[in-house]
Design a protein. Sequence first.
Length: 286
Amino acid sequence: MKISETHKVPLLEKPIRLQEYGVGIFNTVSTKSSLKKAIKKGLLLVNRTVASTALFIKGNETIELLESEKEINAKKFIFPLEILFEDDYLAIIHKPSGILVSGNSFATIDNALTQNLQKSLQIDSVRPRPVHRLDYPTSGLLLIGKTKSSIIALNKLFENKTIQKTYHAISIGKMKKAGEINISIDSKNAFTSYELTNTVTSERFGYLNLVSLKPKTGRKHQLRKHLLAIGNPILGDKEYYINDLILKGKGLYLHASSLEFIHPFTKERIFITKELPSKFNKIFPL
């Protein structure tokens, strides 16, 4: 059998049973029950020797996971992603428009992560997971957790509203230079601030605006609903639109352009930006 994944054990303060230490260190057996099954099937090697559930890990061992028959036959989603930041705890990737972040579909960002990111060497390493969402037609920055503790910590940052997200959109119609939108969504408070960056006249749409958006809450489709609510829907939106002002075939002009937060483990300030898609530049040249 081929080796599927390899893990080098760091120095440990005290020995720990393999079936406890090994939880989350491999992508394909990330839970305690799946790890135990793999050990019983003889799929785990420690220093090239088949391991048992009674084995204790002391430090500096090499743990190897053999391919299971199911894994050999499994179809992998190969989809190259642009990685803008990555360390042992988290990553920030660029999500293209026209692909789901997660869900029951095979072709998702979630299913492409293990093919693109380095395996974390932390003890609580898990299969990389997105910690927030971007709509199918939206492009831009997506934050990924690579360990149990980082996923928990990043979710806490979102709950405490200490992650600053900026989006850019092209909206339709005349707009004020800046404003705040405080309109409930699904009976929940929702707040967005915006600032106009540029405006051009359009024969078909009257005015097109390049606008930066800062959501303070994270309701579903918040930016799209809020801009429609003030009479300035996003160009290319087929769900939240004004009759006769639908642009077809170009996609949604909404882009997650920056993320800023304090790294929950290294405590460094993370500020990542991603330039606007080329279709934006055709309307608002650089």
